[in-house]
Ligand binder design. Sequence first.
Ligand code: IMP
Ligand code: MG
Length: 190
Amino acid sequence: MKNVMLEDIEEIFFSQEQIDEITSRIAEEISNDYKDKNLTLICVLKGSVMFMSDLMKKITIPCMIDFLAAESYGSSTKSSGEVKITKDISDDIRNRDVVIIEDILDSGRTLKKLTEFLNMKDPSSISICTLLDKPSRRAVDIEPRYVGSEVQDQFVVGYGLDYAQQYRNLPFIGILKKEAAERIANNNKV
Ligand code: IMP
Ligand code: MG
């Protein structure tokens, strides 16, 4: 059956092949950097779910995984500025070397809050791995250790990333057509 969501996409930004290259490169870097450490990957739900699963398959050292959920966006494309943690991790990260796996680093508020929150749990170290980075949008001081690719100040969807909770299941990353964004925004009004 044809993918009806494709009609809503203006342009593909990162193809499945490009994403595959990015995840391979980062997995190799993490595997090298953490080979003598106690690695725990923490996936930030929901947007990082595809990135996490592709990345962990390619990591060649033992690791633990965990999940955290945070909300900073409603249905729009603008950050509310407020970050709420809606799901805590379930394992102990004391003496563990944590890598937070994030889909996109925008203002940085989400990761700042998550890093502070996880730091209170006394891990050995915390670093950030983000698939996409929008450095021009940064509002707080936060530095990712691993970046898949930098992007301009444009709103992207797919490969976990959503617009009003939709398009997460596209296997690539693209830009939405204006009319599709408007249609969804209007549907959400009722
Ligand atoms: P920050 O707290 O402003 O850094 O926002 C980070 C969160 O905003 C990400 O985890 C995404 O959920 C969301 N976000 C930021 N930019 C985009 C985008 O271009 N597409 C989809 N979600 C985005
Ligand atoms: Mg989101």
